[in-house]
Design a protein around this ligand. Sequence first.
Ligand SMILES: [Fe+2]
Length: 232
Amino acid sequence: MADNRIYEPFQDGPQPPYLTKHYGRTARMAPEGLLAASPRTPTELAGPKWQNGPDAEKSLVHGAKGLALGQLIRVVVRVLDEDARPQRGALVEIWQANAAGKYQHPVDQRDAPLDENFRSWGRGLTDDQGEVDFLTIRPGAYPVPSSGGWWRPPHIHISAYGDSISSRLVSQIYFPGDPLNPLDGILQSIPDVQARERLMLKHDPSAGIAELALGYRFDLVLRGRAATPLEG
Ligand SMILES: [Fe+2]
């Protein structure tokens, strides 16, 4: 793929020169000739490909034959750093079961119905406020196979990428007050009760859509004392 963008050269002030008298290593590493452009390989160019733009994949509920079954919800995810500064341009992905607790995935062999109008994943980029919103449904609970009666509470898997494909945070978010939350082996594997609480969606009517979807918010905090716990 051709990359025809023109980059300004580094300014001398904020960047050190290639050859620095007091830094011996630079004598071995500094170029002696003119710089040559290196080809950009898939490694440098890899990233999400948006067939219809980054806003086209934020709804999980608009199928070919209508809306998905279940309680429609709008989830506004906000990505923040440790100082509560919004993070713009973060790629946020979610994936979840449908209203019957069934995943649209060959690994899920449980006898539960699929919903042809529900797509079990969505993704989008955060805006200037660090926010990205998804229209989805409250997922159903599902039993963990061969677990002796353990049912996963309704939850949404979530991931956010930083500035490269290797910088990624993965976790799960839950619905407050669900009776399965205190019994869930994954949620309860987080020892700190306050940290578990940070994985709860917050009901917020202002995030909803009138007469269509209940509103929820979730702050995904990358670092610091309020950091979002990772998936166990
Ligand atoms: Fe799950």
